[in-house]
Design a protein around this ligand. Structure first.
Ligand code: CAP
Ligand code: MG
Length: 432
């Protein structure tokens, strides 16, 4: 008689010590009624590595070596170690197919959240990381000691290419570094990608000439992957130093591809996270924003939206701080049940982007949260200025100066008209 293989519980071993090259993930989990804690943990480790739903009667010895181990539990939190050989080097989608795959659909779990994964040096080595990173972007833009500033023409979609470019010009002339596309603007009947690029390039040159500063744009190349490559080339041909990608809707594979295409052109990536809240908003289930930011730094975006804590969209100050840490730190320390330690082993640092419902009155809060090392997008909050986009951008720059000079906004506004007008309109309101 063949010996029965007891499957699920084999994946649980509280005494297990992960090897140095193993990937270790942190999950939060809630077993379904009638499922024991041990069985639930075993299923997480099993279905995300070598498991199947039933007992089996044959198993090559190799399988043993590829099994994941749920090894450390603290209440509803568990750590799972994954052998290095389970993973294909340089394949980000495969990693997610394992650790963020079938396990999320298991009936045995009421809730499951992937919080973090610690990536060993040997695994990270196969990914590019940001082409420029924080230091490289600053050098490329010649902007130091303040947040990089950008704005999306608002309302978010509907302007013609000409109208869009003209608002962009005003944004640059008000002292902003970047004009940004909105996440749902790609190439439409009324605002064609190629035409927008050409018009923006012309006005960018004009604004650079007029101000003596470097100006650029986050133009959204989001599309089918081959088309994205074509758009990347067009941006390069027109002298843009950046491209923007909606990284979640495009998918990890195309971001990896475009990281190489854009990298060959020497271009940086602005990552918009549209769709993230579908999987990260419920704190008990899904995947954390922290994970997304981490994976995107590994693949190689130079910056990604991280939240505001004070603006119109989800994300607490603690979450925003953690996301910023995983993007900006060279080594991240562990915080129990919140994040794991991570040595980035030389992968470049990426900027957190703060955006969504921002205006000059919120600048001191944002600077407290992020400091200077961030990209700040103030869109509605400049175009809604009583005297328009240029004045709104100036007001934002004045608010940053006030913080740098240790002055209150109210005081600084006494001799900065644009800031005063912005404060008269919005004060320090937190939009909903
Ligand atoms: C901001 C924005 C961004 C959000 C995305 C918008 O505009 O362009 O897409 O910031 O959210 O459409 O809301 P406003 P997040 O400045 O006019 O609000 O940064 O949280 O990913
Ligand atoms: Mg937007």
């Amino acid at each position: 008689m063949q010996k029965k293989v007891e499957w699920y519980l084999d994946f649980v071993d509280p005494k297990y010590k992960p090897a140095k090259d193993e990937l270790t993930a942190l999950f939060y989990f809630e077993p379904a009624a009638g499922v024991s804690t041990n069985e639930a943990m075993g299923r997480i480790a099993s279905e995300s590595s070598t498991g199947t739903w039933t007992t089996l009667f044959t198993m090559p010895p190799r399988m043993k070596k590829l099994m994941a181990h749920a090894y450390e539990r603290d209440g509803g939190f568990v750590k799972v170690a994954y052998p290095f050989d389970l993973w294909e080097p340089g394949n980000a989608p495969q990693l997610l197919s394992g650790i963020a795959g079938n396990i999320f659909g298991m009936k045995a779990l009421d809730n499951l959240r992937l919080i973090d994964i610690q990536l060993p040096k040997e695994y990270l080595r196969h990914f590019s990381g940001p082409r420029h990173g924080m230091a490289g972007v600053r050098k490329m833009m010649n902007v130091y000691n303040r947040p990089l500033l950008g704005a999306v023409p608002k309302p978010k979609i509907g302007f013609s290419d000409v109208e869009h470019a003209n608002i962009g010009y005003e944004t640059w002339m008000g002292g902003f570094d970047f004009v940004k596309d909105d996440e749902n603007l790609t190439s439409t009947k009324f605002n064609n990608f190629d035409k927008r690029v050409k018009l923006l390039a012309k006005l960018r040159d004009k604004a650079e000439h007029a101000t003596g500063d470097r100006k650029d744009a986050y133009i959204n190349i989001t599309a089918e992957t081959d088309e994205m490559k074509r758009r990347a080339k067009l941006l390069h041909d027109y002298g843009f130093r950046y491209a923007m990608i909606d990284v979640v809707t495009c998918g990890f594979s195309s971001v990896q591809t475009l990281r190489e295409t854009l990298g060959d052109y020497g271009m940086a990536i602005h990552a918009h996270r549209a769709m993230h809240a579908m999987f990260d908003k419920n704190p008990k289930h899904g995947m954390s924003m922290y994970m997304l930011a981490k994976l995107m730094r590994m693949i190689g975006v130079d910056q990604i939206h991280a939240g505001t804590a004070v603006g119109k969209l989800v994300g607490t100050a603690t979450e925003v701080r953690n996301v910023s840490d995983t993007l900006r730190e060279k080594k991240v320390s562990e915080q129990k049940n919140v994040r794991l330690s991570q040595d980035w082993h030389g992968i470049k640092q990426a900027f957190p982007v703060t955006s969504g419902g921002l205006h000059p009155g919120l600048v001191p809060d944002l600077m407290k949260l992020f400091g200077d090392e961030c990209v700040m997008l103030v869109s509605g909050g400049i175009h809604g200025h009583p005297r328009g986009t240029r004045a709104g951008a100036m007001a934002t720059r004045q608010a940053i100066d006030a913080v740098h000079e240790g002055e209150t906004l109210a005081n600084h506004a006494r001799y900065n008209t644009e800031l005063r007008e912005a404060l008269d309109k919005w004060g320090t309101m937190h939009p909903k």
